[in-house]
Design a protein around this ligand. Structure first.
Ligand SMILES: Cc1cc2nc3c(=O)[nH]c(=O)nc-3n(C[C@H](O)[C@H](O)[C@H](O)COP(=O)(O)OP(=O)(O)OC[C@H]3O[C@@H](n4cnc5c(N)ncnc54)[C@H](O)[C@@H]3O)c2cc1C
Length: 596
């Protein structure tokens, strides 16, 4: 896709001046970086500002799910992400223990690494979950967005904005010089995180509560490969009596780089003053959780953050939109925050591009809230439920009743006893471990978004009832509003995903050999509406073959039917068979979808 030149590349901005662009993005985190990259990929002039001199300084997000990876694949940066990531095979042996070198209470294969679940994950997507810390992901997004045309301004702070019928004037401060200037844009995206000023300034309606629990991060370097070599994982949950920080005494030791760079997350009572943690104290906590009293450790940082249960029920006001943590704020459980932030922007950017180019009516933009606000609600609810469900784990171990360290130790020890209490505890532990699948293998939550909005033109069919638990299992479908199912297709020389057939820069029609007249219909509609519509015919002897016959099982429509795939890979409309006038059917559907 073309880069563009908005003429700003070498300019100095005088104080009080007004700079112009199509879209201004506030924030360069996963939401802002993905918005900039998506817009730049579509050739939409955009400026991305961020308050600090560089990207994230703490490695918060790391679990990167299949939908986010598919987006990176679409933009041709999947390899760059994988090059900096810990791969799928090493991310999954999540451990519960009394310390990393100490006793193990149990393990669960997570993020689709269990043989029982791996097939679900592999069948659903061309990409697998990997682990890339936010400190590594953000530079990749920012670099690629900037290389493709985004004007990125670090150390630039959003102060306020005013919007009118034709655009938004935003006041920003250059934090190096103190200069205040204005950026005039047609649209503004607030991707400014969980303390979003933009969301506050447009008065978005929220439900829930901020700061329901406190967490402390300690980052450190220590080579602990020998304790994790047999069970490589990114998450080690430590249930440790005797620790003098934090309520119940559970901490998380999380891998940043295998296996010598780590992050500890420790809960504290947010009603109390935040714990004071000196470097020595932090090193002591590290040694306790790792369980090696003389461990050589370099503490690299500590920070505090709040857990929230807070989501916006509307994500925009006229020309101003919010994405990412600005509109969904929740604990890291289920690893959904950054992933959802990237997907918000991917949903919004193609709509902005279509409206800016005059290909869609402005009402298309309303579908951003209609489609993404339910996702915000869903993930905030799920992450908080998962976080609370840890209590069940402590309960079955008997830790909630224990008053002293000795009692806690005895309760954990009791699971080994050959007596009725020991047996009951072992049985209860099986159930508690099973429950954690809703946090660590919630494939349906990760992939199963379904959109209902005017950018989805229904065909009268209902979304199929889930055959299995919809939170744990993703169920592919082509009912409009579903994500395009993945199948491997191609020919003897190349194997591609069906997702690769539908790139971000266009609408795509997917049909079979009996549906060849759809190609002419697409050309007609494309010319009439001025909207690119590409046709892919899947079948033997055509450019794309259904090599495993999987697509025939997944497509649900007849061989002469069609799927209209939106740029963001959601099915915008489908026809079960070839109608008498395919151009008319397609034209009507596309015009409705685009609010024309
Ligand atoms: C310990 C931890 C672990 C996590 N693990 C995962 C995980 O495994 N997977 C996952 O998907 N998510 C995870 N998350 C969540 C993830 O970090 C967030 O959801 C994600 O960072 C949200 O991205 P964002 O771009 O919306 O906001 P942020 O990353 O918070 O970015 C906000 C941006 O806005 C900028 N900004 C703010 N105010 C202004 C202003 N006034 N002017 C200019 N710029 C401004 C900031 O500089 C920053 O660039 C985790 C979070 C934590 C705390």
């Amino acid at each position: 896709m073309p880069a563009f030149d908005d003429g700003l590349a070498e300019t100095e901005i005088p104080a009080g001046a007004t700079v112009e662009t199509d879209v201004l993005i506030v924030g360069s985190g996963p939401a802002g970086g993905a918005a900039a990259l998506s817009l730049a990929a579509l050739g939409v002039p955009n400026i991305m500002i961020t308050k600090y001199r560089w990207t994230a300084n703490t490695p918060r997000a790391h679990i990167t799910n299949q939908r986010a990876m598919e987006i990176f694949r679409d933009f041709g940066i999947e390899d760059q992400v994988l090059a900096d990531a810990t791969g799928h095979a090493l991310v999954g042996d999540t451990v519960f223990c009394t310390s990393i070198a100490g006793e193990e209470i149990g393990r669960i294969l997570t993020w689709g690494t269990s043989p029982a679940r791996e097939a679900d994950y592999q069948q659903a997507s061309p990409c697998l979950i990997c682990d890339i810390p936010q400190t590594y992901l953000e530079p990749i997004l920012v670099k690629n967005a900037t290389a493709r045309g985004t004007q990125t301004r670090f150390s630039t702070e959003y102060l306020s904005h005013d919007q009118d019928a034709s655009g938004v004037t935003t006041t920003v401060r250059d934090r190096l010089t103190g200069q205040v200037y204005h950026i005039r844009s047609k649209y503004l995206i607030g991707a400014d995180g969980a303390r979003s000023l933009v969301a506050e300034h447009i008065g978005l309606p929220f439900e829930g509560q901020m700061d329901i629990a406190g967490s402390m991060n300690i980052t450190f370097k220590a080579d602990i490969s020998r304790y994790v070599a047999a069970r490589p994982s990114v998450l080690y949950w430590v249930i440790q009596p005797g620790s003098n920080v934090g309520g119940i005494g559970a901490g998380l030791v999380r891998m940043i780089r295998p296996w010598n760079e780590w992050l500890i997350v420790w809960g504290y009572d947010i009603a109390q003053p935040p714990p004071e943690v000196s470097a020595d104290k932090a090193a002591e906590i590290v040694r306790n959780l790792v369980g090696v009293p003389d461990l050589e450790v370099e503490v690299t940082g500590t920070s505090l953050w709040g857990n929230n249960e807070y989501f916006a029920t509307r994500l925009q006001r006229q020309r101003v939109f919010c994405a990412g943590d600005a509109v969904h704020r929740h604990p890291p459980s289920n690893g959904l925050g950054s992933n959802t932030s990237v997907q918000d922007s991917y949903n919004l950017a193609w709509k902005l591009a279509a409206v800016l180019r005059g290909q869609a009516g402005p009402d298309l933009l309303e579908t951003y809230s209609a489609e993404r606000a339910p996702v915000a609600r869903q993930i905030v609810t799920r992450a908080n439920k998962s976080s609370r469900e840890f209590v069940q784990f402590f309960e079955v171990l008997g830790l909630l009743d224990a008053e002293t360290e000795e009692e806690m130790r005895a309760q954990i020890e009791e699971r080994k006893a050959n007596n009725p209490r020991g047996r009951a505890k072992r049985e209860a532990l099986v159930a508690a471990m099973e429950l954690k699948n809703y946090e660590f293998n919630a494939h349906g939550v990760e992939l199963g978004q379904f959109y209902q909005s005017s950018a989805v033109v229904g065909d009268g069919s209902q979304r199929p009832a889930p055959a299995r638990d919809p939170e744990l299992y993703y169920q592919a479908s082509t009912v409009p509003g579903s994500h395009l199912p993945h199948a491997w297709v191609g020919d003897a020389l190349s194997k591609v995903s069906t997702l690769d057939l539908a790139p971000y820069g266009t609408f795509t029609l997917i049909t079979g050999i009996a549906g060849e007249p759809w190609a002419a219909a697409a050309a007609t509609v494309s010319a009439d509406l001025g909207v690119p519509v590409k046709t892919v015919i899947i079948g033997p002897g055509r450019a794309v073959t259904d090599i495993y016959y999987d697509w025939a099982r997944l497509r649900e429509v007849g061989e002469d039917g069609v799927l209209l795939v939106r740029p963001d890979k959601f099915i915008g409309w489908r026809s079960m068979s070839l109608p008498a006038d395919p151009a008319r059917a397609l034209g009507d559907a596309l015009a409705a979808l685009l609010s024309r």
